[in-house]
Write a new protein. Structure first.
Lengths: 325, 319, 325, 319
């Protein structure tokens, strides 16, 4: 095992799939010589050539639709959308076409494609470059939605996403790219639809996704000092969603905090909360289900405001304490 | 580039098949046997048939909400088509898609589309796949005059031209996008005039002349197959019936409709075939009878087919 | 008071605002002589002329963006998007521009615009013309989201939406257009952000929106026969969301069923469920919070399948009984 | 159409102001005093200034992610601009918008935009408002060469032409959209060539010649104001610095950059003004000094301004 950055593990995953299957190719804006806005695809055009690492015009809708068409015709495209917010430009092709085609066609077509995009605030990019709304896509039938939080997960899940025969939205996080973690040397693929218990604990369950997993783990360390034993669960894929792992944890701890990176209002945390209280875990709850997420505002530019717009470690610590009160 | 008698008769037969199909659908619709909505292509048969006649067997198409004709011309099976419209399990989409989503991947029909312009990037992507796989296929992309004002039209044609993709864009300009006249929707004289903006050839053709459509599209298909890039072909035609199930035709005059009916692509071609000695009246009558019989058989098949079962309702969402 | 169709009440609301304020204008596809795909704007072009009832090309993104620009410049545009599903084509202008501009500009611009669109299945229009996802928009800060269920509400709320100084997404429902109800003769405007108790009851609370209000009321009638007294609450606006009315009801009944018209997974019902169990109502709950919604599939074409894809009256009846068991 | 000496000197001063502003921003950025990202327009000053010089006071603009120059030329106040970049409460957006969202509704600047092409329909809508209100205003819409491949460009220009809206589209073609060269992104020789697809005039102008830009845009503005409809003006220019904060310039050569630096719009205009006798070296030096002083003052103002308070974080979401 070696320590690697999230961005390196992700790039390795892409590279291994490009090597393994010649049907796999990447397309997106500035992913060639520039290496992508965040550097994810650095070096790949040199290795695989411009035919497989394709720089596109600034045409999000078309490139997503082109991926749909290429996928139906037998390829396995991986699209990079430069910022998650720009997915709104490609929505029709993603949710009305890519996601629905198979069902509409009576199960007679496959659309194996991945759309990757970095979400999240914390870089001062302001309201049009900072939102994290993977939960929105999880509402549309036919899509799968993945949001890995560690180098290990991102590598195993990007490989799974590329091998999956369905359209997969792959939500990365800008602040995770520089996070380090252990990555096995040998090849591995992780399943889509399996939550991961990132930390075992018995007093309270935190369900956190993407960057919030990192913050939840830090908060757990803080709380440990005060004798509070936190279990941290990372759903990893929002769709399919592994409610069982979450429910089992809540049945054990009786208390749950859900932490997300976007306005809490109508976010994916609501689905998890509703899933918990609609299940047998309801009878095990010792406190109301608590959600912690962003304020219901566009992400502000000023760094101090920006910091306050979404949960930080101290907010998680406080929320857990509130829950135990 | 000469058309064989066989091909000519095939084109006649397909046009007639589409006409009959659409008129039967209209009847079934009025008899409340078809659910939802239907966009019929009566009057536009030459465009679908002429364009698809220019393809080879393995080639692909993307179609539109007004897609029955494309499907039939591409080799779609009438029983499965009627079955789909009747929402039956034996239909092309197992009753899940209906008129706006008929697809037949086997014959290379990548599907109708409920989103105006939605098929344009999909066709472009299929062509990219062909280029990458070097499979020698061409994709033909149908869309309407209304669709030419969708952003994705612009984005897709630009990319197809840049990458010299083997795709042919065929605009069926039937003068209206629902109720809005072409002049009120498009700030250009012709859709084909927009080809220059993408540095690709733009061709205008009489969409009611099946051979003219064939030759224009054939040229484009050949060019695409040789790796020389896409072409935009605009076929001027006209829709005889309402936009969809209900349409009071408030936006156009009876005279205009009558004027266009005189240019019936099927009648015209019939006269031409007889004049050229390709077929006699009797031979053409025989083809028509045969088509009519097959249509009735197909309807019977569809009527007698089973409904999809509710237990299987979630089949086919994921692969 | 007169009995009117939902579509008539809506048209009247539009007409009154067009008469009242010359800054108000409508734009959309086929809204002129054709009267709109569903006939909502019938007759308006004859009365107000082509300058104020504007037929547009099929360019959803541009017309929504044009509305944003016209609104900033002092007009009050009302856009019709022909089917709710097509909002995916206009997402960027709606959620990244219209909704966020005011905040991004430090509160120095107003964007008074309305985007209307009919949602829902039940007409055999299949997967690309049948989805109902108003909850998706409620997640984006800066938007308001309204989904009226009765002729009375639709008239009062469209007027409020037009007078509001913010971008409002106005979600109609195809199957409601032909529903009748009482509409006052005198002018009235309803507040955005106020839920309505559509039926008082004491045994169980149903929170239903849009078409599901009608079905919930029918179910309540059925259940009454069996001695079950149902309270039906219609949030009317998803954003702002009046959780208080819902919470008060749940505190009274102790049981709640949430009914929505789209896949239950990651729908707006989750937010309501999470809101309930995150509130003091949690302590009053006698049963898990139950959600009833569509299956997680694209809407099928076949009428029987279509019917089974979303909740019908009998499903609501059954769900309430389950809840009381 | 003659330019007064006053106007010429105004143009010189504004270009110099933009240049100084951008270079100071670069410094502040490198000193970690500016958060996030910044897209600087060094080398492109003549386009912003020449185009905006053609407007009347009440006219409107929409700007882009590379928008500092547009804001300054439109009359934006330097202290508020620096304050915004420093995230201060006194900034144009109260520190909530930053570089990519500076707007100044009072001077008619409807805002920069973080979405490439996002301002194009907004400008079109502002122009529609003017037409409806008959307020005689024209809206000028800036966008880059990269933006010309966004679908909404197509949709908007089509509509503006159909409805003869008083809007002028100014494409700042600086040869690259981030790292992708114009030739690799656009299947047309020139952006202006695409105007024909919308039945509107397309003009190409040397974007480093401020007077040439002025005259081309003025013609378009006059046409728009007369109700004759929109024009697409393409100004060919070049960005000297990286795309944004970090950019290794891998996609272009040093030689190319040096070549374009020789065409510096400010140096060129300085020489011209002196040659024409509009001003002496000393007079221009004085203007420059004055600008430099104001810039420093503005930076001081920004530095000394208060941070927004966290209590007010939700201010301004809704009206
Ligand atoms: C994106 C989108 N907008 C609007 C519609 C509604 N609609 C269906 S067909 C149609 C007219 C299309 O016109 P055209 O492309 O000319 O095709 P035609 O119907 O004339 O064959 C419209 C507006 C749609 N299906 N998709
Ligand atoms: C819709 C969208 N896609 C991608 C981006 C990322 N991006 C920001 S600027 C830029 C290049 C824009 O090129 P151009 O329009 O030529 O403007 P320039 O930067 O050259 O001034 C890109 C790709 C974006 N902001 N918005
Ligand atoms: Mg048409
Ligand atoms: Mg550029």
């Amino acid at each position: 095992m070696a320590e690697k950055l999230y961005i390196e593990a992700l790039r390795e995953g892409l590279r291994e799939e490009l090597l393994r299957d010649e049907k796999v190719f990447l397309l997106g804006e500035d992913i060639g010589i520039y290496g992508g806005a965040f550097g994810v695809t650095k070096g790949l055009v040199q290795e695989f050539g411009e035919e497989r690492i394709i720089d596109t015009p600034i045409s999000e809708q078309a490139i997503t639709g082109i991926a749909v068409g290429a996928a139906i015709a037998g390829m396995r495209p991986v699209v990079e959308i430069m910022f998650f917010d720009f997915l709104t430009l490609a929505m029709d092709q993603l949710v009305n076409q890519g996601a629905k085609i198979r069902y509409m066609f009576g199960g007679k077509a496959k659309v194996p494609m991945v759309v990757r995009a970095p979400m999240g605030c914390g870089t001062g990019a302001a309201a049009q470059h900072s939102q994290s709304f993977p939960g929105i896509f999880a509402h549309f039938p036919g899509l799968k939605v993945v949001m890995p939080s560690t180098p290990y997960d991102v590598k195993g899940l990007i490989k799974a996403a590329i091998r999956d025969d369905n359209p997969v939205l792959f939500a990365e996080h800008k602040l995770l790219y520089r996070v380090k973690g252990e990555v096995p040397d040998e090849e591995y693929v992780l399943p889509l639809g399996k939550a991961d218990i990132k930390r075992k604990g018995k007093d309270v369950t935190i369900v956190a996704g993407s960057i919030m997993v990192i913050r939840a783990l830090e908060a757990a360390k803080e709380l440990e000092k005060e004798g509070i034993d936190v279990e941290v669960i990372d759903p990893r894929t929002l769709k399919p969603l592994d409610m069982k792992t979450i429910i089992d944890s809540v049945k054990k701890t009786g208390r749950v905090l859900i932490v997300e990176d976007d306005p809490v209002s109508f976010g994916w945390g609501a689905e998890i909360a509703a899933g918990i209280v609609g299940s047998e875990a309801f009878d095990y709850l010792d406190a109301p289900v608590k959600r912690l997420g962003g304020l219901d505002i566009p992400i502000p530019y000023n760094p101090n405001l920006e910091r306050h717009a979404v949960p930080q470690v101290e907010d998680i610590v406080k929320a857990v304490k509130d829950l135990l009160r | 580039m000469e058309l064989t008698a066989e091909k000519k008769l095939w084109m006649y037969k397909k046009m007639y098949e589409i006409r009959c199909f659409e008129l039967e659908v209209d009847k079934l619709f009025k008899a409340n046997m078809i659910w939802g909505t239907c966009h019929l292509s009566v009057g536009e048969e030459a465009t679908a048939v002429g364009a698809i006649a220019a393809l080879e067997e393995g080639d692909m198409i993307t179609s539109t909400h007004r897609g029955h004709g494309h499907c039939i011309a591409k080799g779609g099976k009438l029983p499965q088509m009627f079955a789909e419209l009747l929402g039956k399990e034996t239909g092309y989409c197992r009753g899940r898609g209906g008129s706006m989503h008929i697809a037949d991947i086997e014959t290379g029909n990548l599907g109708a589309n409920g989103i105006v312009g939605g098929g344009i990037p999909i066709a472009t992507g299929a062509a990219l796949a062909s280029k990458m796989k070097k499979d020698g296929k061409v994709t033909l992309c149908f869309f309407g005059d209304g669709a030419n004002n969708q952003g994705v039209f612009h984005e897709s044609l630009n990319i197809a031209s840049l990458w010299k993709l083997p795709v042919v864009y065929v605009c069926e300009n039937n003068q209206y996008g629902m109720s809005v006249a072409f002049k009120k929707s498009t700030a250009a004289e012709n859709v084909a005039d927009r080809a220059a903006a993408y540095n690709m050839p733009g061709e205008i053709v009489d969409g009611n002349d099946v051979e003219a459509v064939y030759f224009a599209v054939k040229k484009a298909v050949d060019r695409a197959r040789k790796g020389e890039g896409p072409t935009l072909v605009e076929a001027k035609t006209y829709r005889w019936l309402g936009h969809s199930k209900s349409d009071a035709n408030l936006y156009r005059t009876k005279e205009e409709i009558e004027e266009w009916k005189k240019k019936c692509p099927i009648k015209r071609y019939r006269a031409k075939l007889i004049k050229e000695g390709v077929a006699t009246e009797e031979e053409l009558d025989k083809i028509e009878k045969e088509v009519e019989r097959k249509i009735q058989e197909a309807i019977e098949y569809a009527k007698n087919s089973p409904e999809p079962s509710v237990e299987d309702i979630a089949d086919g969402v994921y692969a």
